[in-house]
Design a protein around this ligand. Structure first.
Ligand code: ADE
Length: 233
């Protein structure tokens, strides 16, 4: 999978060098390009924002640098790929909500491009114009406001990247976790069986695989009912 990120804080994404995603990059499973939006400006101050038309607080990201950045990324596609095959994602608290199902869907895409907005957002024409050349989605991490899209994009790339075949060594560990079957995951335990007066639930050391599976499912239901009843509907 190819991933491009456009941001005014490219150094933010240096953490993608470590852990499983770092390994996936080294092995070629993930091909990542981080682009500094200011490299597409032409003034001495490398300006990326301006005051909003119609007035109001804060600054809006100017369309020109974004247009040039996307021209560069979508215009220089590898042989055989057309811009329509790229999905451009704008993280935004005004977007559709990011879910595990969406992560699964996006993990199938050959090319994702993330545009990290800051300030009061990006000039709407950037999103409208980009939608004439590629698939565009505005995606929110949740019902709260971040200072910019970078943290949201990091979270999305981690959630999507680990679903790309080969990135996580043992694929079984991807199926038995929260949200994969619409429920929260069951609690896990490891050795020692006794720790600070707390004991591992006896069923887990019984060797009875049917009973263990039933207990885990019941734990999932109980936890989901208690913490996230909305998931049960
Ligand atoms: N940018 C600012 N807040 C955001 C959010 N909640 N999700 C995605 N991008 C954002």
């Amino acid at each position: 999978m190819r991933i491009d990120i456009v941001t005014i804080f490219p150094e933010f994404f240096s953490v993608l060098d470590v852990s499983l995603l770092g390994k996936a990059r080294t092995s070629g499973l993930l091909d990542l390009g981080v682009h500094d939006l200011r490299d597409f400006t032409h003034d001495r101050h490398r300006t990326v924002d301006d005051t909003p038309y119609g007035g109001g607080a804060g600054m809006v990201m100017k369309p020109e640098p974004w247009g040039e950045a996307f021209d560069d990324i979508l215009g220089a596609l590898s042989s055989g790929e057309s811009a329509e095959q790229a999905t451009v994602i704008f993280p935004s608290p005004a977007g559709e909500r990011f879910t595990q199902a969406m992560a699964r869907e996006l993990a199938e895409e050959p090319h994702l491009v993330f545009g990290c907005g800051r300030y009061e957002g990006i000039d709407q024409r950037v999103i409208d114009y980009t939608a004439t050349r590629a698939r565009v989605r505005e995606i929110s991490l949740g019902d709260y406001v971040l200072n910019g899209g970078e943290v949201a994009v990091m979270a999305m790339i981690e959630a999507i990247g680990r679903l790309v075949p080969g990135v996580v060594g043992n694929p079984a560990s991807l199926t038995e976790e929260s949200h994969e079957d619409g429920l929260l995951e069951y609690p896990s335990y490891t050795k020692p069986a006794q720790w600070r007066g707390l004991t591992v639930p006896p069923v887990l050391t019984s060797g009875n695989h049917g009973a263990i599976a039933a207990w885990r499912h019941e734990q999932q239901l109980e936890r989901t009912r208690r913490v996230r009843p909305d998931l049960l509907n």
